[in-house]
Design a binder for this molecule. Structure first.
Ligand code: GDP
Ligand code: MG
Length: 167
């Protein structure tokens, strides 16, 4: 079976750990989830009839810039970039992290998730900025770790992109 490492990247408290929990265990906890160090989860998906195991590295970060060292990223086939739809600045952090990831990994597939879509009343993200990123070829999904909206698709889309490169 094919195994691929992917990394979760994004500012603090955007929902990285919650998205992984939702994807791997399909549960959501309101309680604050603070992981320490790096957590690695595994989930097997079927992409076009082919089994692929995703090793999902969840990089903890109060200081994700510090932690975003080569050793964390090394060997990643792709990454999930997470922003919080209710905090405009987290999109800028995501864009900066994407640049750093590209410096380490070269151009590998990634998906930008604008998380917390369930909190649309508090939405702060500028749709024009997202449109600009789409125009540059970024894959963008609105999702919610809380409701599960979009979560499966995020990982599946990334897995598809990664496997396309293997052909
Ligand atoms: P991380 O630091 O990026 O790993 O973020 P966490 O997964 O720890 O989530 C940070 C906070 O946001 C927690 O209080 C979560 O319960 C909350 N959270 C995460 N995803 C969602 C979501 O989709 N909707 C809402 N309303 N809250 C969320
Ligand atoms: Mg976390």
């Amino acid at each position: 079976m094919v195994q691929k490492k992917i990394c979760m990247l994004g500012a603090f408290a955007v929902g990285k750990t919650s998205l992984v929990e939702r994807f791997v265990n399909r549960v959501f906890s309101e309680k604050y989830l603070t992981t320490i160090g790096v957590k690695i989860d595994k989930k097997t998906l079927s992409v076009d009839g082919k089994e692929v195991s995703l090793l999902v590295w969840d990089i903890y970060g109060e200081d994700e810039f510090q932690k975003l060292r080569a050793s964390y990223l090394r060997g990643s086939s792709g990454y999930i970039l997470v922003a919080d739809g209710t905090r405009r600045l987290t999109l800028e952090t995501a864009m900066a992290l994407s640049k750093t990831a590209e410096e380490h990994l070269g151009k590998v597939p990634f998906v930008l998730v604008v998380n917390k879509a369930d909190l649309s009343a508090e939405w702060e993200i500028d749709e024009n900025v997202l449109a600009g990123l789409s125009a540059r070829g970024w894959l963008i999904t609105r999702g919610s770790a809380k409701t599960g909206q979009g979560v499966e698709e995020i990982f599946l889309t990334l897995a598809e992109r990664i496997l396309e490169l293997d052909r």
